[in-house]
Design a protein around this ligand. Structure first.
Ligand SMILES: [Zn+2]
Length: 250
């Protein structure tokens, strides 16, 4: 083989391996995404939710029937800080005073229920939580209709990176037969998840741990944040719900 032919072969082989390396690099991307969903799963388990309460879907984990953890979510740094209970990850003081809620066209028929739920959160004295309805393209939380199957009234999303959870889904057809107060309760309850509230009755529904809101622990049969009470639960924020809201967002 001539020297020039060998040189050409070396160049070709170099290009070939460079090409292989490039395709290897491209293969890495899905692995990175998979590892984020693993991180999300670890985060959920770290919050004390038992594995049995976690249902995997293509793009999210649904926990305790109505709490969504998107697989691409940003997992809060610093791990889990271990009554009225919350995730340990709050909406920032700057963001909580103006949580912009966009009502998707699919949910406008329940605008009155949404406004009732907003009035409950905004009406807590000495609490900085303030929801506003916006109609533009810029918003923090979208509330939309979604078929979540039988037995599930709605699904909220916990905050991350100092922002309220960005999605509330309401199983509109499923709750349509409930009273106005119960329909508003479902919305008010999911809004609570989006500002970090967990289920007040977490212990009785199998969670291993939750972070108690300072000074507001214990059970509360009147809490709107009790889980598994779709269509039958409390319809107004209880005294302790309000104390917890003030404690987390003074
Ligand atoms: Zn819930």
């Amino acid at each position: 083989m001539k020297k020039s032919a060998i040189f050409s072969l070396v160049v070709l082989l170099t290009l070939f391996f460079a090409a292989c390396k490039k395709s290897d690099t491209q293969v890495v991307t899905p692995e990175t995404e998979a590892s984020n969903s693993d991180k999300v799963l670890s985060y959920i388990l770290g919050l004390g939710f038992p594995a049995t309460s976690i249902v995997e879907h293509p793009t999210e984990y649904i926990v305790e029937g109505d709490i969504s953890f998107p697989k691409n979510m940003t997992v809060p740094e610093g791990g889990v800080k271990a009554e009225q209970y919350y995730t340990g990850s709050l909406v920032s003081a700057a963001n909580v005073t103006n949580i912009r809620l966009k009502i998707d066209a699919s949910m406008t028929s329940m605008t009155s229920e949404i406004n009732s739920a907003i009035a409950q959160w905004n009406g807590v004295a000495n609490c900085s939580i303030n929801w506003t309805v916006v109609t533009g393209t810029s918003y923090d939380v979208l509330i939309t209709d979604a078929n979540l199957g039988s037995g599930v009234c709605g699904a909220g999303t916990f905050p991350s990176s100092g922002r309220a959870g960005n999605l509330i889904r309401i199983n509109k057809a499923y709750i349509a037969g409930n009273s106005f107060a119960q329909r508003a309760r479902t919305i008010c309850h999911e809004m609570g998840h989006n500002v970090s509230f967990r289920h007040t009755n977490w212990a009785s529904i199998g969670e291993s741990s939750a972070t108690a809101v300072p000074g507001v622990g214990g059970t509360d049969a009147s809490s709107i944040m009790n889980g598994g009470q779709c269509g039958s639960g409390a319809t107004v924020l209880s005294t302790k719900d309000k104390q917890a809201a003030v404690a987390l967002y003074p």
